[in-house]
Ligand binder design. Structure first.
Ligand code: PLP
Length: 461
């Protein structure tokens, strides 16, 4: 196979102003949060825009054209999930993974005594929705932030029998890839269906076909136009009220009666996000053209380079598994002696490198990876409740995408190495207590008083 050539994304290399007055090509190492569009996605959206129209709601040519494109996107999503076009399952087009999981939690007809098993590795999107409807039972992780199939088995075998295992396909913090196939087979042997939160998995690996439910987001797989997907058996939506009530989801309405239509339309009340669906379709096709074999090899090379490089820097601690196996190109790390928020601010303001810092919407996991004790967590909670985020624990996260090159990682490692080596900041950084973020003093472009009011806060996650 020829060596993998990382494709460029729309906006790659745009110059950004840094504190020394120089502009540097922006290096986005925050792909786990959101990605720019693949050029094919942008082209497809541009070509479709003149044909944009309402779907399933118009008799005109453009409406029929747009409806076909929207339904083809739905079929592409199903096929991406390894499903047949007219099979048992449906793809619901929604906003994102968070909405998809909330939607499923609402529709599973759970009662308060039901149990859903989830894990302490999850993003909040796969923790919080379940608490609204049922009891949760958790799979704990070890000090490296991983668990094995036997840990899941123990939790599966406790009574009462769970209704669902809801597990991430990949951690957005450590990049760890749980042994999904094994977990799914084991849950099925116990008669328990499985939801895979595929938000991080979708841009990097083929989705697990044997998962009963899948949720993912377009904006993390190079289609940042606001569409995500929930794949589930049609039978889940066959009876009962849909997640959203409104137009498009009904056959007949009277003032005191409604006849819902069939899924998937039953679950998509309101005008759908046609552009988002079309962008997602093109991203699926383009990732297929690039090929997941090549993407996996590239991911492994970048992950190894990033993690080995970080670990070799004095005072840097990489969180999560020690092994480089089963890992995405995502690395969360701390730099002893420098707050995570300051590291992230300096990488941005002095080097033009975009990373994220904080707890990455996975507070229970971060607490474990950082080895925080209960009384420490209680102290932080008190401070946050009083509006003070200054000492909020956390880490810095660098995450790479299909477009990240080895040279990009070298540039990032060089910058972290300089910070760790004590390079003097060209400005004084002040911390905002309300967000915990650091800002260089002065009125430099992008860092002025008015920019500060917008906040760059990572503290909400
Ligand atoms: C593992 C995981 N699950 C769920 C989500 C939520 O995705 P979204 O914000 O697109 O709803 C994220 C986002 O970072 C994630 O990383």
């Amino acid at each position: 196979m020829p060596p993998f050539a990382p494709p460029k994304l729309v906006g790659d290399g745009l110059p950004v102003d840094c504190l020394d007055g120089q502009a540097r090509p922006y290096l986005n190492l925050d792909a786990a949060a959101s990605t720019n569009a693949l050029p094919a996605v942008a082209t497809r959206v541009h070509e479709f825009l003149p044909w944009y129209s309402s779907v399933h709601r118009g008799a005109g040519y453009k409406s029929r054209f747009a409806t076909r494109a929207y339904e083809e996107a739905r079929m592409a999503a199903l096929s991406f999930a390894g499903r047949e076009a007219e099979g048992r399952d449906v793809a619901i087009i929604c906003r994102n993974t968070t909405e998809a999981i909330n939607h499923l939690a609402f529709r599973l007809d759970l009662n308060r005594d039901d149990v859903v098993i989830t894990t302490v590795v999850e993003h909040h999107a796969n923790l919080l929705p379940w608490a609204r409807f049922c009891q949760r039972r958790f799979v704990e992780c070890d000090q490296e932030g991983t668990f094995d199939a036997s840990a899941v088995k123990q939790v599966l075998e406790k009574g009462p029998r769970p209704r669902l295992l809801a597990v991430t396909g990949a951690s957005n913090v450590s990049g760890w890839l749980p042994p999904l196939d094994e977990l799914i087979d084991m849950a099925h042997e116990h008669g328990v269906p499985v939801l895979v939160d595929a938000a991080q998995l979708a841009p990097h690996r083929k989705l697990p076909v044997s998962a009963d439910y899948l949720a993912w987001s377009g904006h993390k797989m190079y289609a940042p136009f606001g569409a995500g997907v929930l794949v589930a058996p049609r039978s889940v939506f066959a009876t009962g009220d849909p997640f959203l009530a409104g137009g498009g989801a009904v056959e007949l309405v009277d003032l005191d009666e409604v006849t819902w239509t069939d899924p998937p339309e039953r679950e998509e009340a309101g005008s759908p996000n046609v552009i988002g669906a079309i962008a997602l379709h093109e991203a699926i096709d383009e990732l297929d053209r690039i090929g997941f074999e090549g993407i996996t090899g590239h991911d492994e090379d970048i992950a190894r380079q990033m993690r080995k490089g970080l670990a070799a820097i004095d005072r840097v601690r990489v969180l999560g598994p020690r092994s480089d196996a089963r890992i995405l190109p995502v690395a969360a790390f701390t730099l002893e002696g420098m707050p995570h928020a300051l590291v992230a601010a300096r990488l941005s303001a002095e080097y033009g490198i975009g990373v994220r810092h904080g707890c990455f919407c996975a507070h229970p996991y971060l607490i474990r990876l950082l080895g925080l004790r209960q009384h420490e967590v209680a102290t932080y909670r008190e401070a946050v409740r009083a509006g003070d985020h200054r000492s909020m624990p956390g880490a810095v996260r660098a995450s790479a995408g299909v477009n990240t090159s080895a040279a990009d990682i070298d540039r990032f490692l060089g910058a972290v190495g300089e910070l760790a080596g004590g390079v003097v900041a060209p400005a004084v950084y002040r911390q905002d207590p309300a967000t915990g973020d650091y800002w260089p003093e002065g009125d430099l472009p992008g860092w002025s008083e008015s920019d500060r009011a917008l906040g760059a806060s990572c503290s909400r996650g």
